[in-house]
Ligand binder design. Structure first.
Ligand SMILES: [Zn+2]
Ligand SMILES: [Zn+2]
Length: 317
């Protein structure tokens, strides 16, 4: 195992930070790296929300869109997902128009990843979507969906039977409870789900998206796992979560144990990235309270000398 000097890592990151520092469309052209126009068919990864349960106004709920050939494939639906998609649409990504949000792959059923689910079911419908939402995810998603539909039943009745004349199909959901392996395929993309390690969750998934021009892997929430290394294996973009092992709350034993079994520290992430060899590592779902970016860079850089960026909401890669 080659241990790289911390300083080298910092230098590499300094270059990458310039790439990831700004959010929004301005960054997209540089970060996408292939000089593509916003509406070209090239695959882009739009980080709609980089957040976690913290009520951080700069980081909305976890949600990512893989956009290929004018179609958006969402991963997770944290709080605010439809408005975040609208913000990305304003930045030029028309595939993220609300009524075009038709398919989501959910990593696991933690509330920070699913509080935007009712939003994703109902708002695009109110805004004109006619197709049911296609929702892929772990066991339990069907039960959650049934409860959501029940909770907003009267809303659906009023919008359909009242003067809004809402359509009869766009609020429905086709739920697909998945198993590891290829879970979806169309002319743009093949999506493969793989199990990750997220504490006592019985099922938590990461997803691999293979398109004509890119391979993108999204870890979801996970402790370090070989599954991510295998799924990526030199992929173009690896999105991976991280937490700060020296955070204030980790002084309490149960939090220490919680993070060690549910999440990935920067040093562990460096090790994962070294083995996974992504062309670009995008760090998201950051639980990094008070950890200076310099320290994060040093910890990741001990093992990993490749390109990486700290994702900000609405960044495009
Ligand atoms: Zn989470
Ligand atoms: Zn989680």
């Amino acid at each position: 195992m080659v241990r790289r000097a911390g300083r080298v890592g910092v230098l590499v990151v300094a270059g990458a930070m310039a790439l990831g520092g700004a959010s929004g469309f301005g960054q997209q052209k540089a970060a996408a790296g292939n000089g593509q126009k916003p509406d070209s068919g090239a695959t882009r990864v739009v980080v709609l929300g980089t957040g976690n349960p913290s009520a951080d106004p700069e980081r909305w709920g976890p949600a990512v869109a893989v956009v290929v050939n004018g179609r958006a494939y969402l991963v997770d639906c944290g709080p605010g997902v439809v408005r975040r998609a609208a913000a990305a649409e304003k930045n030029g990504i028309t595939a993220l128009k609300a009524k075009e949000l038709k398919i989501v792959f959910i990593t696991h059923l933690h509330s920070d990843h699913t509080l935007g689910y009712p939003d994703l079911i109902f708002s695009p419908w109110v805004l004109g979507r006619e197709q049911p939402l296609e929702a892929y995810g772990p066991r339990g998603l069907k039960g959650m969906t049934d409860q959501v539909e029940k909770a907003w039943k009267e809303d659906v009745r009023v919008r359909r039977e009242g003067l809004e004349q809402a359509n009869a199909t766009g609020y429905k959901v086709n739920v697909h409870e998945i198993k590891p392996g290829v879970v979806y395929r169309d002319e743009n993309v093949t999506v493969t789900a793989f199990l990750v390690k997220h504490g006592i969750w019985k099922e938590a998934y990461g997803y691999k998206f293979e398109t004509k021009d890119r391979r993108v892997v999204i870890s979801g929430d996970t402790a370090p796992t070989e599954a991510v290394v295998k799924a990526c294996d030199g992929c173009d973009v690896l999105l991976h979560e991280v937490y700060n092992p020296h955070g204030e709350e980790l002084k309490e034993e149960h939090w220490k144990e919680y993070f060690a079994t549910f999440h990935t520290s920067p040093a562990e992430l460096g090790e994962i990235a070294r083995q996974a060899r992504p062309k670009l590592l995008v760090v998201y779902h950051q639980v990094l309270e008070k950890l200076p970016e310099q320290d994060l860079a040093e910890q990741i850089g001990k093992e990993y000398a490749g390109n990486w960026v700290m994702a900000k909401d609405l960044a495009v890669y």
